[in-house]
Design a protein around this ligand. Sequence first.
Ligand code: CAO
Length: 428
Amino acid sequence: MPESKTILLPDVGDFDDIEVIEVLVAAGDEVAVDDSLITLESDKATMEIPSPFAGIIESVTVKVGERISKGSLIANISSEESATEAAPVVEEAPAKAETPQQESPPVAAPVPAPSPTAEMAIPAPAGESHASPSVRKFARELGVDLSQIGGSGRKGRISKEDVQSFVKGVMQSGGGAPASGGLNVGAAPKIDFSKFGEIETVDLSRIKKLSGAHLHRSWVTVPHVTQFDEADITELEAFRKSLGKEAEKAGVRLTPLVFILKAVVAALKAFPEVNASLDPSGEQLILKQYFHIGVAVDTPNGLVVPVIRDVDQKGIFELAAELAETAATARAGKLSPAQMQGGCFSVSSLGGIGGTQFTPIINAPEVAILGVSRSKMTPVYQQDGSFEARNMLPLSLSYDHRVIDGAQGARFTRYLAQVISDLRRSML
Ligand code: CAO
């Protein structure tokens, strides 16, 4: 018949009034004899206090940060067994590294509950990670090298959460740690910003979490180069404005973006390797015979990139209507996964907001993305020595340097700028 028993802190030798730095169990947990219950840390050693009983934890009565001494109640447990002798597992002394002091080992002393013995407290050698035995065991099980992790605890101590967030970071950046020659950086240290002032913690939106992982992977796995250029859109703007009445009749709003989409198709036709994806083997280029263009849309929940299909086959008004409808669907959070797939190339237009230039991140597996900033009237030098006010549109093309070399990137951007300046060129 199981009965309720108390687990008290046994005599752990010289150690008194020691801080609880980890609570490893919670009410309802099943524990075996010797399973670690809490971790204590003094300035000399870190030790895990094992359970003297097997059973179900009824309640844990200590908290992280609390200081406890011999005889303090740690937990209540429902158990059928009588107490066994369990020894606390003592790890390294925390980073007081100058002169490793060898302390007398705490000696076994049969007090209220179990009678633990403890091993000698040995300071961690310089450069070695500071973590409790259970965290070390957890890291070993996951194949994680603790030396790669920045501990978030006091004196850089590595917690179970640090190991978990390290593994999560590695998974999100595209799999396991590379064997050689790749990125092998530790997780960012967890900082308690509340130490410096008032803070509020909010969850990232689902879209931000998903797009963040995708952008991160693209940023670290694709060698990006960004080529800047300018298109003279003085004539294009005059043409766009001249279409105002017709657009109104058609029930659409014409912005420079639809014309840019058409110009992008002309440039992709002229440079087929930009309308492509690199095969995962890295040895073949998949050239696409269709022209589906992704358009970055800013939504209250974060960035999404719906794809406008067959841009080559659609007229300006049709594209304007589809763009407006797609952006509205995106902002309502109602895009289907299919609407975000199959893109060949993306356009990120921040022109409606402002700014002069930016470096967009490639929407892999595409090989290039066009960033569009706000156009402005600029004095442009003319052959006869005069200056003319021209409406100049800043373009930033980020491309995958494995697929597109610098000369090609510059030629593509130049060609695109010329087509935007004079859309008649798209018919050539
Ligand atoms: N230069 C000057 N004015 C511009 C311009 C440019 N490059 N681009 C747009 N404008 C003007 C438009 O003509 C419009 O003016 P009116 O109100 O007088 O008609 C105004 O700016 C607002 O345009 P818009 O942003 O509503 O429309 P759009 O067709 O240019 O863009 C969309 C649509 C959905 C792409 C856009 O609203 C959006 O979400 N952009 C953000 C994209 C983003 O977040 N990118 C960052 C991703 S990280 O790489």
